[in-house]
Design a protein around this ligand. Structure first.
Ligand code: HEM
Length: 120
């Protein structure tokens, strides 16, 4: 397997772990109202997300997709996803947190679909 496909598969794997991790943490914290998790559960996602970002930048440097394409839309949606995810887990109101959680999951799903389909 070439370096590019290795990096791409790593990126896809990290995206899956990151998305599933957020879905699980949010569900436990917000929907089931479980107490705040220990330090490992808090630091782990930052490590995964940093690796996801680095692998994404590595792929981008190789593919050089223009910003006026699905790539630009994906980057904007990643920013929206991060803001919604942070908002969901930090929200003082549980109702708002749950709403932001489901919206963030929807945005995450759309990022993955846009990356796979490359619609424009
Ligand atoms: C929520 C975060 C992210 C998700 C869910 C995600 C998802 C994906 C998926 C599923 C693919 C594979 C597409 C395919 O099968 O062809 C992919 C490829 C790619 N991603 Fe990401 N990604 C994320 C973050 C990033 C970031 C932060 C960057 C850049 C800064 C990035 C840049 C790329 C590039 C350049 C490709 C290769 C596209 C190609 O095949 O030409 N991704 N991403």
């Amino acid at each position: 397997m070439t370096g590019y496909f290795l990096l791409k598969n790593l990126h896809i794997g990290l995206a899956l772990i990151s998305g599933l991790g957020f879905a699980l943490r949010g569900y436990l914290r917000l929907v089931l109202d479980r107490p705040y998790p220990g330090p490992l559960v808090r630091i782990g996602p930052h490590i995964i997300d940093t690796l996801l970002l680095i692998s994404g930048i590595g792929l981008w440097m190789q593919t050089r997709h223009g910003l006026l394409s699905w790539m630009g839309l994906k980057l904007v949606l990643i920013l929206v996803y991060i803001l919604m995810g942070v908002g969901a887990l930090r929200s003082k109101s549980r109702g708002t947190g749950i709403m932001l959680y489901w919206l963030a999951l929807g945005v995450f799903l759309s990022i993955a679909i846009i990356a796979i389909e490359k619609p424009m």
